[in-house]
Design a protein. Structure first.
Lengths: 362, 362
DNA sequence: TTGAAAGCGCTAACAT
DNA sequence: ATGTTAGCGCTTTCAA
């Protein structure tokens, strides 16, 4: 061999050094009974001397069907703070069971999602935790069959029934919108993601519910969909406030939407005039001026719960799929309590021109 | 068998169904030559019918010493925005090579770090990317030997020489401190992590260098170490401003330190009186009042570069270890340009008492 | 209490 | 172009 230095000690090496059989070493490594203390010590010495580390994948292969103690977590993007907290929660639950976590980003692309699922299934993970992209998930469910349990996170997968953990999106959106209505607003803008994503649909639903309950009419021009990035949100926000009859408050239903909206309001000098409520708390949001009123979710709890559900499935739980809904909390911090001061049509628009004319499209 | 439904089709099953030998299926699966199109199609049909998915771990075991296309990334905490961006960069580079990434948090605990290293080595990862905890890394280096290459990230590991990617911490800290000096400050507070962490030592070094260059004396009472969390930073900040002769500006050398410091300054009503510069840009920090002046790092680039270095090692690069240093950028946005207005001793302290007496310790 | 043989799912080297 | 044999590192029989 050219690079024997790279070779790793095997159980066979340990057995040879300790002067026992393979199986005896196996017994010691796996803490099985029927080994005398003397033999055990002898083997242990060889293990230490060779710095032997068991090969978990070979062990798994031998005892076919046994757990690899490895799971895969598919997020839209691992660096989104919300996703990062989910990962944290998953990791916490996983560590207790000595389970390792593969983390990956789907980029919201069904193709990437499927590629990742195959890649991890091929690596023999025990199961999957997936934030589903907006596509029919029957393909993935078929691919995984009954061999790999899946728990869906944050969004309900379409086309299938499976274990799912989400926030109470409709109720959260209703509460957020209601909160703005309570502050006197009648024209409330909505920023939301692509409606192919269930979460976005739910939040729009909650928004509409609140308007209806308050007897307010739905104005489609106040609704900006397909807001996936901060830049999208900036564009959407500018569009809203360049319109003839702009909103007096905005409900930003995603963290990216919120960040963009805060940026726009600041640029337009409207931070203290326009009400703003957001879903998803972000670091520093309580230190903004005004502090951000948010409907705070519990991504870490979501991750932990999803992992626990997956482990229950792996432990043999074969009860019907459940949809667990995690409650949210409205944190009134300032931006959502700005009263509706606009009485005459167009007043806010005038303010825009005055402060930052260059920001308003021709 | 009790649960044959859970059984996964093997290459043998495919061979049987296609009426060919194992090896022929193997050739088709691995796109090897010497299979007629007809046979290939025949095998492919069996693969599709059985929804066969190759077992990557078995393949790896067979061709011993071959890559598993799996690496492990150890971060201090996966939900820290800085760490999450590193993960993102690593993932981007890894995906190009079809490499899967295990992500895990050390919690800054050497024991956890070692446990994780063993857990991933045992799972046959190809190599490691590690943000080292504050401990002698010879143990880990010995454990991993030459079998597993390691690239260290963000911090220089102590006790060993190995591939390492860091920011230019000393220079960044010097620049940050110098920036405050340029604004007229003479008493500059420093918030930094435990000095057992190299990064913290480097940043303190840079701070001291800048003071020395400006002919300013070092005042130990202005230096708060062991700031690891936001809460630590809040406490440290209060201590600084409760002192007899408080600083007129602060250099917060970590994102947690910055967040805590912003909080304290806001509570004390000093946001516009005290200069503040930070290392590590955070989402929303440009929207604070005043906007935060930061020395921005490139965690995503760091992650990507580290992964590329690891892959180079895996591809056989055996040149001596390198220490790659990623440049940083000072973004002057407001908080760091607040001029030094304090002329008489104790003036700031008076302000504190006036605004929020309850915040000042007895 | 210990060990020998068989085989997990796959690939390498060598037939045919 | 296709198949056979051996074996990766380990665990499971089952025998001693």
């Amino acid at each position: 061999m050219t690079d024997d230095r790279h070779r790793r000690a095997t159980m066979r090496d340990v057995a040879a050094l300790a002067g026992v059989s393979l199986k005896t070493v196996s017994r010691v490594v796996n803490d099985e009974p029927n080994v005398t203390d003397a033999t055990r010590a002898q083997v242990q010495r060889a293990i230490d001397a060779l710095r032997y580390l068991p090969d978990a994948t070979a062990a798994n292969l031998a005892h076919a069907g046994r757990a690899t103690h490895t799971i895969a977590l598919l997020l839209s993007a691992v660096d989104n703070p919300f996703a990062a907290c989910i990962l944290r929660g998953v990791e916490a639950a996983a560590r207790e069971r000595h389970v390792a976590v593969f983390a990956a980003s789907t980029e919201e692309l069904p193709d990437v999602e499927e590629t990742l699922v195959k890649a991890f299934a091929s690596r023999n993970v025990d199961g999957f935790l997936i934030t589903p992209t907006a596509c029919d998930h029957r393909r993935i469910a078929e691919l995984l069959g009954t061999r790999w349990p899946v728990v869906y996170l944050d969004r309900v997968p379409s086309g299938i029934t499976a274990d799912t953990i989400t926030s109470n999106n409709v109720a959260s959106a209703t509460a957020a919108t209601q909160h703005l209505i309570d502050a006197g607003h009648r024209r409330i803008g909505l920023l939301t993601d692509r409606l192919s994503i269930g979460t976005a649909r739910d939040r729009r639903q909650g928004y509409e519910d609140a308007l209806r309950q308050a007897g307010l009419e739905l104005d489609e021009t106040l609704i900006q969909t397909d807001v996936a990035t901060v830049d999208d949100a900036v564009c959407a926000g500018r569009r809203l406030f360049a319109a003839d009859n702009p909103p007096t408050a905005v409900f930003a239903s995603r963290n990216a939407a919120t960040i963009g909206m805060v940026r726009v309001l600041k640029q337009l000098g409207l931070s203290h005039q326009v009400g703003l409520i957001s879903i998803d708390d972000i670091e520093l949001s309580d230190l903004l001026d005004p502090p951000l009123t948010v409907v705070s979710q519990d991504p870490e709890g979501m991750g932990r719960l999803a992992a626990q559900r997956l482990f229950a499935r792996l432990d043999g739980d074969d009860t019907p799929p459940v949809h667990l809904i995690i409650p949210t909390t409205l944190l009134a911090r300032g931006s959502g309590e700005i009263p509706c001061r606009v009485t005459s049509r167009g007043q806010i628009r005038a303010t825009i021109h005055q402060n930052t004319p260059q920001e308003t499209p021709a």
